[in-house]
Design a protein around this ligand. Structure first.
Ligand SMILES: *Cc1c(COP(=O)(O)O)cnc(C)c1O
Length: 393
């Protein structure tokens, strides 16, 4: 039996009647743009994320673009971010004429290394844009301290991290703004594109709302140039059906992650970063060679660490292997869905060639790009399916 990386039909089967009712309600109302469903969803998601304000938008990409626009990021500005993320993180910065200044990630968490941020600061630095990758939050405390010391705003790319926590605080509630995506494969996925920006700052919330709708306030009077970044009522209605289930789904993802740890451990197929002979850090710092010399690890995979004081919401369960490409091919032969997030770090993307970044600039991110492999972790997986994935190894 094949096991897909993600099975959206399994989830839909459990809620299709509620979704049909919600969709019918919107169709009957014939109110499709910025109506009561969006207002209600914004209220519910602000509460869920522990934020005062939430603004529904057209996608996670537009959430990032809008957040940067609200800070008036533009030509000549620099935004410090990670080279190991989905393209939109850097794309949004470049689309506004600003420059993404990358700093390397931490090997254990795949997120921006706060110790490297200070030396990346320049007088042109306009904001910090950390990414909570795969469902685990970046090391926010040192980032926020640095931001405060330099009077810089922080935008959290929380597209993969709805409901994740850092020291009891939810993703999107620590920085000045948080950006979320409702792309169908995210933990809270719509039936199409959608996104959200959260903030605790009422003035920023107001700017976001105005910019979301062409900068008009009142209607047909424009003091700013915004865009059409609106979330529609159909998406909002579907997301409102799904939101009450989100914590249950997240708990199931966490259970699945724990099962993987147990099953891989029992089969001696994997180890935790802490138990790794050379340590993931030195492995990454020294390139793949260091891993190759760790004899016992050659045929093992490295499991994703759950860092202390975090609530990991496991949008992805990403293991690392020295023989990643070979492993992926063999798993696919056995019907196991798996995927590489992300094969080419952002600083090496062809469209950014003129920025002058080189291979070797961010060795930890480049190492992760060679070794990472995402395994199925979706909530509806059964224990037997998880065992089948591990058996395939
Ligand atoms: C999905 C994602 C986005 C973009 O979201 P869309 O809704 O697909 O536009 C941005 N950043 C990260 C880290 C993502 O995973």
């Amino acid at each position: 039996m094949n096991i897909p990386l993600l099975d959206l039909k399994a989830q839909y089967a459990t809620i299709h009647e509620e979704i049909a009712t919600a969709v019918a309600r919107v169709l009957e109302s014939q109110q499709f743009i910025l109506g009561p469903e969006v207002v209600a969803l914004e209220r519910e998601l602000a509460a869920y994320c522990g934020c005062a304000h939430a603004v529904g938008v057209s996608s996670g990409t537009d959430a990032l673009l809008l957040a940067l626009m609200a800070l008036e990021v533009g030509p000549g500005d620099e935004v410090i971010t990670t080279p190991y993320s989905f393209f939109a993180t850097a794309g949004a910065i470049v689309r506004l004429g600003a420059r993404p200044v990358f700093v390397d990630i931490e090997p254990g968490s795949f997120t921006m290394n706060p110790a490297l941020v200070e030396r990346a600061l320049t007088p042109r630095t306009k904001a910090l844009l950390p990414v909570h990758l795969f469902g685990q939050m970046a090391e926010m405390q040192p980032l926020m301290e640095l931001a405060r010391a330099h009077n810089l705003p922080v935008i959290e790319d929380a597209a993969q991290a709805i409901g994740a926590e850092y020291r009891g605080q939810r993703a999107g509630s620590i920085g000045h703004m948080g950006c979320f995506s409702f792309f169908p494969s995210k933990n809270l996925g719509g039936v199409g594109d959608g996104g959200l920006v959260t903030t605790n700052d009422p003035a920023l919330a107001e700017r976001l709302r105005v910019l979301r709708n062409h900068g008009a306030r009142p209607k047909y009077y424009h003091h700013m140039v915004g865009g059409n970044f609106r979330l529609d009522e159909l998406q909002a209605a579907v997301l409102r059906v799904k939101l009450p289930y989100l914590d249950g789904w997240t708990a199931a993802r966490q259970r699945n992650a724990a099962s993987y740890r147990r099953l891989f451990g029992a089969a001696s197929l994997a180890c935790e970063v802490a138990a790794f002979p050379c340590g993931a850090a030195s492995c990454c710092a020294n390139g793949d060679g260091a891993w190759a010399t760790a004899r016992s690890a050659q045929h093992q995979i490295l499991l994703p660490p759950e860092l202390p004081e975090r609530r990991h919401c496991y949008n992805q369960f990403v293991v690392r292997s020295q023989q990643r490409d070979d492993l992926m091919a063999r798993l696919k032969e056995r019907g196991i869905g798996c995927e590489v997030y992300y094969p080419l770090p952002l600083h090496l993307q062809p469209c950014f060639a003129d920025m002058g970044y080189q291979p070797g600039d961010f060795p930890v991110a480049e190492c992760a790009a060679r070794q990472s492999l995402a395994l199925p972790i979706y909530p509806e997986l059964t224990e037997a399916q998880l065992a089948q994935v591990v058996a395939a190894f």
